[in-house]
Design a protein around this ligand. Structure first.
Ligand SMILES: Nc1ncnc2c1ncn2[C@@H]1O[C@H](COP(=O)(O)OP(=O)(O)OP(=O)(O)O)[C@@H](O)[C@H]1O
Ligand SMILES: [Mg+2]
Length: 246
């Protein structure tokens, strides 16, 4: 599905070069739910931006399915982002002038693929995520959790191979966070979605199959849930984060 190998990313600020990602390699399999954790500034958002090729990389490879993203030009990349990737951001990025339903349809509108079938898919997503009753409201008229569920539905409208989420529960209370995680789990079970999520939140991460922990530009540790209960997994994540702080 997603294969990242020996990825390096530096930022140049004036005369100084900051090495942010110093050789990161991992894969995400079909249907997996994987989280990335790590201290602020450890390069989590940078990693997501490299995967979607919003920023150039200095070395390494990124393969999405059978496509080597490095080999694509801007036009081909725009198509991959629109059709193979779904994005969920911390601050939702819904368009205020569009209704919930229109926001969900937006990637299909951009990809010029709106058909009756796509409109049905939008309605289906609204019903899966429990936002059917607010479908014709505008973002200013709905709650934070409802906005985030709308954002997740929008990320799924084009049946992406992979959903990239940056702190999707960052601005939410625990109940709304839980609702967002539930939408990811539903997306996985009902739509076979693959999800790659950056989070600070060990509660959100404890729903994943695997958590990659970044520190000082490398993968410091990977914690696998295995057959364990969610709470045992969350405890190990908390212990690992504590250990990292020392
Ligand atoms: N455009 C840029 N130019 C220069 N340095 C940058 C740029 N973007 C990010 N950085 C630096 O790269 C490092 C990693 O940033 P990044 O945003 O990836 O961190 P993060 O792990 O997502 O942090 P947070 O948890 O706070 O969101 C930070 O030290 C940051 O200051
Ligand atoms: Mg970030």
């Amino acid at each position: 599905m997603l294969e990242v190998s020996a990825l390096q990313k530096n930022y140049q600020v004036g005369k100084n070069t900051y090495e942010v990602l110093k050789g990161i390699s991992f894969t995400v399999n079909d249907g997996e739910f994987v989280a990335v954790m790590g201290p602020s500034g450890s390069g989590k958002t940078t990693l997501l931006n490299c995967i979607s090729r919003y920023i150039p990389v200095d070395a390494g490879q990124i393969r999405l399915g059978s496509t080597d993203l490095a080999s694509l030009n801007e036009k081909q990349l725009a198509k991959v982002r629109n059709q193979k990737l779904g994005f969920v951001f911390q601050d939702f990025l819904l368009l205020d002038g569009l209704t919930v339903r229109q926001n969900i349809l937006l990637p299909a509108i951009i990809g010029e693929t709106v058909s009756e079938r796509v409109e049905e898919q939008a309605d289906h997503l609204c019903s899966i995520f429990g936002i059917q009753h607010i479908m014709h409201k505008y973002p200013a008229e709905i709650s934070g959790g409802e906005k985030q569920r709308t954002a997740v539905a929008r990320a799924l409208i084009n049946h992406p191979l992979l959903i990239l989420a940056d702190e999707p529960t960052g601005n939410l209370d625990s109940k709304s966070s839980r609702a967002v995680i539930d939408t990811f789990e539903q997306a996985r079970t009902s739509l076979s979605a693959t999800i790659f999520m950056v989070t600070h939140d060990s509660f959100a991460a404890s729903f994943c199959d695997r958590v990659i922990i970044l520190r000082d530009g490398v993968i410091w540790k990977t914690v696998v849930k295995g057959g364990r209960k969610r709470l045992a997994f969350q405890d190990e994540l908390l212990d690992t984060i504590r250990e990292m702080g020392q």
